[in-house]
Design a protein around this ligand. Structure first.
Ligand SMILES: [Zn+2]
Length: 315
């Protein structure tokens, strides 16, 4: 298992860049985007420098490590760092997206902001904030990525796509799920299908119809390295996630994430199964008391072995 574990180090960066993104029309042609109030600060005055711990950052959010200028919203929850070369509108638009998006995303996890702050890993530098980074290295098609500390966002507001709200919601879902499910792990503890399925469902993206379940085996995709090229697989990750959520409720999914974090805090579950899931995920799944659509006990082993049987009897 040593080699597999080695491959998985740093997988979070791959995971978040493995998101499906489709970009079309411009976002800011539509009127009515009022920007959230706030003010500009400089880390050289406040001491609140952008985190430099690479484990907590993604490929694009670490672009801001050397930036000291940031815009902080009036609520104090959101800080957007970036080069002073970007416009006032770029900073304010990114801060507004995060400020407006987070409450809706947290409500899907059945959490209020204050509960999220106390539940998230204390290992991050700013547990009371969401950080944004106006990332010069992010592409227009990728648009945004997520890490446990920060969301990387395309800086130029004039290039934002029509689906901006949905893409930000998807990335905020990754940000929340990783903060709830990790304590000190340097890499994600969630199977790829679960992380993408939950983020897709939270963001309201399309879900495969239950009667199409034979078209794909989502539970085989424990890591991004297991995934095939077909874009429609994301709809099957969402289907596999939604089955669990519908049978158990949204709160049970948040408790599952909390249990994974607890196992990470206790230690001893750092390794991965032969099929690539973290032991923390498998143990938490089996400790969470989850059920199938008929209210029968559902272990991880049974869900994986009987996925198609369960889905074909669920509609
Ligand atoms: Zn994603």
């Amino acid at each position: 298992m040593k080699m597999r574990t080695g491959l998985l180090i740093g997988l979070f960066a791959i995971l978040v860049s493995g998101c499906k993104v489709s970009v079309s029309e411009d976002y800011n042609d539509s009127p009515g985007h009022d920007f959230t109030p706030g003010l500009y600060l400089d880390a050289r005055d406040t001491g609140d420098y952008f985190p430099s711990s690479s484990w907590s950052l993604s490929q694009h959010s670490d672009d801001c490590i050397d930036e000291t200028l940031y815009f902080e919203t009036a609520s104090g929850r959101v800080r957007v760092y970036g080069s002073p070369a970007y416009s006032d509108t770029d900073f304010r638009a990114a801060a507004t997206e995060l400020e407006h998006g987070i409450d809706g995303v947290l409500s899907r996890f059945q959490l209020r902001w204050s509960e999220f702050v106390s539940d998230r890993t204390a290992e991050v530098q700013y547990p009371g904030q969401i950080l944004g980074c106006l990332s010069p290295s992010i592409s227009r098609t990728e648009f945004a990525d997520a890490s446990i500390s920060a969301i990387g966002i395309l800086p130029h507001y004039s290039q934002w796509p029509y689906e901006t709200d949905q893409i930000i919601s998807h990335q905020l879902a990754h940000f929340v799920q990783e903060n709830l499910s990790r304590y000190q792990a340097r890499y994600t503890l969630l199977p790829y299908w679960f992380a993408e399925g939950q983020a897709s469902v939270v963001a309201g993206e399309s879900i495969a119809s239950a009667y199409q379940h034979y078209d794909y085996d989502p539970l085989e995709d424990a890591t991004v390295l297991d995934a095939g090229p077909a874009d429609y697989r994301f709809e099957h990750y969402a289907l596999a996630y939604r089955y669990l959520e519908e049978a158990n409720g949204k709160l049970a999914m948040t408790i599952l994430l909390d249990l994974i974090q607890l196992l990470d805090w206790e230690g001893g579950f750092e390794d991965f199964t032969d099929t690539g899931e973290s032991w923390a995920f498998v143990e938490a799944f089996n400790a969470a008391g989850l059920v199938d659509h008929r209210n029968q006990s559902l272990t991880w082993q049974r869900y994986k072995a009987d996925y198609h049987y369960l889905l074909s009897h669920s509609y």
